[in-house]
Design a protein around this ligand. Structure first.
Ligand SMILES: *[C@@H]1O[C@H](CO)[C@@H](O)[C@H](O)[C@H]1NC(C)=O
Ligand SMILES: *[C@@H]1O[C@H](CO)[C@@H](O)[C@H](O)[C@H]1NC(C)=O
Length: 215
């Protein structure tokens, strides 16, 4: 898969390299199991409020049943993304997040993310946030806090509460090319309109990969 296949070409820490080996070792198994569990991303059509949105590329991400759809414009080094992840059913709880770690490290800390969740009053929240520690505030970022300008952030939740989507357009840093470390996550709880910590084991701590948006 494109999301993990480039990992070994990066100069990176040994932790990153060993993660990449694990991802590569698991990717063929996961590709087949994900394919059985859910439709491949290329067959997905955006309906609802996002109806009609079209993306040239997509990747079935190797953890958490998540998918990234994206449109990369090389001339402006800009990428429009739609990140989809499963949410809990009936209570419509939980949150989803996707981001880029500008340091290139395959980890949460430093990641510039967009997060989406349902507030207690029933409306959907969607905004950029900087994950500045392992216990981030999850507060909306001020534009100056972000390593990449982010616009067009919006969220959508399907009627059955099975999946949440967060949309965003990211201007990738000048001169840094099109290859980045992406990090994604989902959590089951939102407390006082703030996303609560996700599990810290298993796929929830392995949900990172490199992506070349120009592929
Ligand atoms: C993606 O690019 C295609 C082709 O330029 C365009 O038709 C489409 O509207 C773009 N989608 C988004 C979400 O920007
Ligand atoms: C829901 O809560 C948000 C955040 O406090 C607020 O901005 C929004 O106006 C509220 N919407 C409704 C319909 O109550």
């Amino acid at each position: 898969m494109a999301v993990s296949g480039n990992a070994h070409r990066r100069s990176a820490s040994s932790a990153f390299v060993s993660l990449a080996v694990v991802v590569l070792a698991c990717s063929s198994f996961l590709t087949s199991s994900v394919a059985e569990a859910a439709s491949p991303c290329s067959s997905h059509t955006f309906t609802g409020n996002g109806g009609g949105r079209l993306y040239a590329s997509c990747a079935d991400l190797p953890r958490l049943g998540a998918t990234l759809h994206y449109n990369y414009t090389a001339a402006t080094n800009t990428v429009a993304v739609a990140f989809r992840a499963p949410t809990q059913g009936e209570d419509e709880g939980g949150w989803v997040a996707w981001g880029i770690n500008p340091s290139g490290r395959a980890g949460m800390v430093g990641t510039n993310a967009v997060v989406a969740f349902r507030r207690a009053n029933g409306t959907l929240a969607a905004y950029p946030t900087v994950l500045d520690s392992y216990a981030p505030s999850m507060a909306p970022a001020a534009p100056g806090d972000l390593a990449f300008p982010v616009s067009g952030v919006a969220a959508e939740h399907d009627a059955e509460g099975k999946e949440m989507v967060v949309y965003a357009t990211v201007v990738l840093s000048g001169g840094k090319g099109s290859k980045f470390t992406q990090v994604w996550q989902r959590g089951n709880a939102v407390v006082n309109d703030v996303p609560a910590a996700h599990p810290t084991t298993g796929d929830n701590v392995l949900s990172t990969a490199t992506i070349d948006f120009s592929d």
